[in-house]
Write a protein that binds this ligand. Structure first.
Ligand code: URP
Ligand code: ZN
Ligand code: ZN
Length: 466
């Protein structure tokens, strides 16, 4: 079936122009004025932007964490993503100790099977490397088309890798042409500060933020940068939150180091005071790194604008307030870390960024789709509107105003950190490889139709070209 998207304004990372798009067999085959093909279905996009589908490079669906499991699985998570204008996600596949890495990847394929409404790929998380997993790692990355390894410097009791493991991961990644994503916080010192606070009798959610100071993100960022550079690896710093980390990334990039950075909607729009709300309300805003005092936001916006940070991840890691966040009612260190952002990532960045004049629509497309496609080896199959690319397309109404609420969102979580926020703009229709997933704000997709996308290794700073 052929489709023509007619009358819209195509927005890519480089242009905004009026043209029609012809889609055939899931691929964009023609872009031009007044396209007409016998039998093609016409999709009217008059008055709307036609943008590449969002690529969310940072999700945790159906993931065991903090003695529980995230509340959005591959069904609710990918439906919510689609409503929010995201057509591809890259989710973190967790590995554990001595378990074969291929067993972990098989488990992740099983989680997504029959459920994903949009396309997806995996990042492979490494906590520890045994001689067996060290030998398996390069082979598996090649076999599975995984171009990104994830290492945590945080979460001392769960995932934290030693500097030695981190360095080994950098070395292996460099050799196979993968990128290493690092959660940069000094987990050991944070653990000590948390124990100190608990001994002093502090229980409230705000202590989550107070025991994870920005300096410990800056310090870990600097350490990861130097270790990656010594190993000759390409580094991607996930969820950058603060001036301290931004400054390290900028300094490294100015020296020519191969470093990329991601931030997330809450760090651009919410601040630490959210954790200090009366009662236990602050638990809804507990994730790591924590929200920072407000002045950090302008450093993040400026770094995005200056292309020193390149991508926006949702860091979707949802835990309902009732039942899950409440595990930490009497102990802030037991509040599961994470928040629900997969659905509103696109709208929040458009509304707070483009509609408020902080970024252009081209910069928006870059941050929400194109740069992630480039960094993670999906470009130009995904992340742009061009002949030959997958027809992953969002028809976006830039004028509509709507209110965000847990009552109307599609995530399987009982609160929304943006409850009551009015946003400008909304995805109206979303296509994945030319098939409707969202049609006029209704979900019409097919669970399990999302494809696992194998990616190209050797996508490193030399080829990424951002
Ligand atoms: O608090 C967060 N961010 N939870 C998800 C795990 C991680 O650190 O990315
Ligand atoms: Zn993290
Ligand atoms: Zn995360």
């Amino acid at each position: 079936m052929k489709k023509i998207i007619q009358g819209g304004r195509i927005a890519t990372a480089s242009d905004v122009y009026e043209a029609d798009i012809l889609i055939e067999n899931g691929i964009i085959v023609q872009i031009g004025k007044n396209l007409s093909v016998a039998g093609a279905e016409i999709i009217d996009a008059t008055g709307k932007y036609v943008m590449p589908g969002g690529i969310d490079p940072h999700t945790h669906l159906d993931m065991p964490f903090n003695n529980t499991v995230t509340d959005d699985d591959w069904k609710s998570g990918t439906i919510a993503a689609a409503f929010g204008g995201t057509t591809t996600i890259l989710d973190f596949c967790l590995t554990a100790g001595e378990e074969k890495l291929s067993t972990a990847v098989a488990k992740w394929h099983e989680k997504a099977k029959g459920k994903s409404a949009i396309d997806y790929g995996f990042h492979l998380m490494i906590g520890d490397l045994t001689p067996q997993t060290e030998a398996e790692l390069p082979v598996l990355l090649e076999q599975e088309g995984i171009t990104s390894v994830k290492v945590f410097m945080a979460y001392a009791k769960e995932f934290q890798a030693t500097d030695r493991t981190l360095f080994k991961a950098f070395k292996i990644a460099k050799d196979v042409g993968a990128i290493v994503m690092v959660h940069c916080e000094n987990g050991s010192v944070i653990d000590e500060l948390v124990e100190e606070a608990r001994r002093a009798g502090h229980k409230e959610p705000i202590y989550h933020a107070l025991t994870r100071p920005a300096q410990l993100e800056g310090e870990a960022t600097k350490r990861a940068i130097e270790l990656a550079h010594i190993a000759g690896a390409t580094l991607y710093v996930v969820h950058v939150t603060c001036k301290e980390a931004v400054d390290e990334i900028i300094a490294a990039r100015e020296k020519g180091y191969n470093v990329y950075g991601e931030t997330c909607p809450p760090y651009l729009t919410l601040d630490q005071s959210a954790l200090a709300q009366p009662g236990f309300e602050g638990a809804k805003y507990v994730w790591s790194p924590p929200l920072r005092p407000k002045y950090h936001q302008e450093h993040l916006w400026n770094a995005l604008k200056a292309k020193q940070l390149q991508t926006i991840g949702s860091d979707q890691c949802s835990f309902s307030f009732n039942g899950k966040k409440q595990l930490g009612l009497n102990d802030f260190s037991k509040i599961p870390n994470g928040g629900p952002f997969i659905e509103d990532r696109f709208s929040i960045l458009y509304s707070e960024g483009v509609a408020k004049g902080k970024i252009t629509v081209n910069e928006f497309v870059d941050m929400i789709a194109t740069n992630a496609a480039k960094v993670f080896g999906l470009f130009p199959q995904k992340g742009t509107i061009a002949i030959g690319s997958d027809a992953d397309i969002v028809i976006f109404d830039p004028n509509v105003k709507r209110e965000i609420s847990a009552k109307t969102h599609h995530m399987n979580v009982d609160y929304n950190p943006y409850e009551g926020w009015e946003v400008t703009g909304e995805p109206v229709t979303v296509l994945v490889r030319g098939e409707y997933v969202i049609k006029e704000k209704e979900f019409v997709g097919v669970l399990g139709s999302g494809r696992y996308i194998k990616r190209q290794l050797k996508t490193t700073a030399e080829t990424i070209k951002i």
